[in-house]
Design a protein around this ligand. Sequence first.
Ligand code: NAD
Ligand code: TDX
Length: 350
Amino acid sequence: MPATLITGGAGFLGSEFVRQTLELGDETAVVLDALTYAGDRDNLPAEGDRLVFAQGDIADRPLVERLLREHGVTRIVNFAAESHVDRSIDDPGAFLRTNVLGVYELLTAALGHWRRLAGAEREAFRFVQVSTDEVYGSLGATGEFTEGSPYAPRSPYAASKAAGDHFVRSFHTTYGLPTIVTNGSNCYGPRQFPEKLVPLLAMKAMRGERLPIYGDGSNVREWLHTADACRAIRAVVEKGRPGESYNVGGGAERTNLEVARQVCRLVEKHFSEAPVKPVESLIELVADRPGHDFRYAVDATKLRSELGWTPEIGFDEGLDETVRWCVENLAWTERALQRAGYDGGRLGRG
Ligand code: NAD
Ligand code: TDX
């Protein structure tokens, strides 16, 4: 049975990808995750015939080499990263270590392994780097990023992801390693760490705390449900062309204020004990994020037309389900906050 190394598989997107992989039923998922504040072993099922879990760092080359060899891995999907822009403003070093040096070590282990493979296994080998639209920089009110848009990162997070992507691409052009990059838009869904906009707002609204919206709330993000994002990454793993990159986005553009108001309405719908009503009265405009990118939007035509992917979950339906999940899984959120040493009050720049 083929095996896929899924790094960062205990995080938000990675754990959804692992669940989808196990549902497909025809491959072994080998998860490598350092279990930083963002990773939760309980996001994954227990180890079994088709799930192997190793706690460790993608920068630990001997460990990665052993996993690749022992499990006969023919695909690597790299979700492991420091992923939060505000944290990158406060501590860029951690982003450099994982998103650049970690990616380099992972690539080097992958290259050695790939070179030892032969025949169909070597042919099938893929290294998929899960990246972000933030590497392209910031858009004005119109236009969309295409795969040809130049990389122009502006936050330390985006800069580290861009540097990692450049290494990934260079391993294809220089050594022939079959790598592919996905550039995804903002994801939302269950099990997202409550420092990110949607779960942060839901958690604070349930506590009756003010809901910090940066600047004037007019910044725009393109939202995609994590299940649709992972189906897109699966399509890229199966059918993507080595050396290429694919934008991943579903077209649901919203201002942050629109998202905040919708989350407030959904908290009122699903959480009868909301301490402050209307929940919307908790929204407060606060100091802007330094270097705050105004707008992201991607043209995902290549993914749709070449690989036949279409999103299945509309934003209204997906957000309703996500806020309901946050209401019904407060214990998950409390555990995440404890693990990270947060009290809810210190979350967010506001
Ligand atoms: P996350 O922060 O929820 O999860 C990251 C996971 O990586 C965690 O389980 C963490 O323990 C693990 N990890 C961190 N450093 C590691 C290391 N050095 N070695 C091994 N494991 C390590 O992040 P996410 O939101 O699931 O994002 C996953 C990937 O998708 C990231 O690469 C991110 O850049 C990209 N991405 C995310 C979004 C989004 O909206 N969430 C959008 C586009 C792209
Ligand atoms: O408290 C907040 N108030 C606020 O107004 C927070 C946490 C965020 N915001 C704004 C900033 C952004 O414009 O909401 C928007 C979304 O913020 P985040 O959830 O922090 O996401 P973003 O910075 O857009 O980055 C996300 O999408 C792209 C992920 O965290 C990245 O990993 C991914 O690459």
